[in-house]
Design a protein around this ligand. Sequence first.
Ligand SMILES: Cc1cc2nc3c(=O)[nH]c(=O)nc-3n(C[C@H](O)[C@H](O)[C@H](O)COP(=O)(O)O)c2cc1C
Length: 463
Amino acid sequence: MSVRRVGDYWQLLPGGRAALAVAGESGVTSVQAVDEAGAGRRRQNEVYRAGVYGHLPRVPVAARKLQAAAKKALNARAYAYVAGGAGDEVTQRANRAAFDRWAVVPRLLRDVSSRDTSVEIFGRRLPAPLLLGPVGALELVHADADLAVARAAAATGVPMVFSNQASVSMEECAAAMGSGPDAAPRWFQLYWSTSDELVESLVGRAERAGCDAVVVTLDTTMLGWRPRDLDLGHLPFALGKGIAQYTSDPVFRRLVEEKVAAGGPKQPQPRPTPAAVKALVGMAKAWPGSFRDNLQSPLPRAAVETFLGIYSRPSITWDDLAWLRSRTRLPILLKGVLHPDDARRALDEGVDGLVVSTHGGRQVDRSISALDALPEVLGAVAGRAPVLLDSGVRSGADVFTAVALGATAVLLGRPFAWGLALAGEEGVRQVISDVIGEFDLTLGLTGHTAVDQLSPDVLRRVG
Ligand SMILES: Cc1cc2nc3c(=O)[nH]c(=O)nc-3n(C[C@H](O)[C@H](O)[C@H](O)COP(=O)(O)O)c2cc1C
């Protein structure tokens, strides 16, 4: 028996199931149904079927290869900004090492033919315990930036957390994600600005853009000490990159106009260099309106200066939370929680959820890793609110481990930025499908059919 044409090899059956059609001289002689149930087998079949035609995945599937490929594709400043962390990057390594200290103990003979990877958060069912975390300044890695991520998120049903430092406004991303009952889920991440009026404006816009929650990032009241960026003298925001939520905001624009109108002491202008001219062009591009007019206008540069002075408030305390609570009907999550006492206090203050995070090791070097901090935070929360986790999640097996330890869901960070760098929307979509696919298979191959069956009992500490 021989396969006559490659086209005979795989056929789609109704309902998205695949059939392996084995063709002989007299036509198809047997059709062997391949159970494609579940995200993992679907993704495998997609990849292997394409492989028959010589088509390979657009971006490497394994996290390490993915990052290495992105490194080759990106310029040095863009790569350093995404890859880099605080100090000696001990926290980044700790985030990964913490995952390696847990082992999964698979169980057998439990009928895992049908699996449900979905979870519910704030009344919405998600395809998997996975969100795309807020990642700013994505224009560094791809021209479509947040818009490509929004499209990939919408295509997969995975929520996107719009970054306060996005390169595309939340309204534009929201428009790409649909509205009404079919709207794809999205959240908004807030940096607490020195202007309360701006905070209120941003949160109001998030509500109108259909966001399901506000994530307040509290670990970045100041930018961490990041040697890779310092060595290159590179801060994207200073070049007008990653400030689209601001330049699209009516309050921010008024503040910029007021700044220009007030004049103020003229800064001595350094001699123009090619880099300075490039920076001015970048700022002119970031400001709405005609690029030619912006090149002549003082507003784009004033926007960058206004941003640098306004973007975060190190004086913020617990007392401020009540103010935010009274300004939005959306659930509020605090991102960057690592201490159980902070977790307890957050819930006492009426916060709706937490994100255990080290900001990907970008803020404090030698910090406790996010996964190591998780159990104590969960103990303090005692089931009263969802506890999400990010920092170091690279694969479906990592999602499995964090969820088994008790995380409600995880946020993916750098991996989707690498996917974006390599193949835009399609790259992000592939990274999401790969992570969910592996999560689904890990669930089944360890003897589970639903996320709520996971608990620390399925793990052993091995380090
Ligand atoms: C390039 C980059 C930009 C980021 N920008 C933001 C941001 O604007 N707001 C925020 O809350 N977190 C931001 N983060 C942190 C992520 O939301 C997340 O906490 C982190 O990426 C998790 O670590 P991991 O990517 O190593 O898994 C950023 C992370 C990276 C890598």
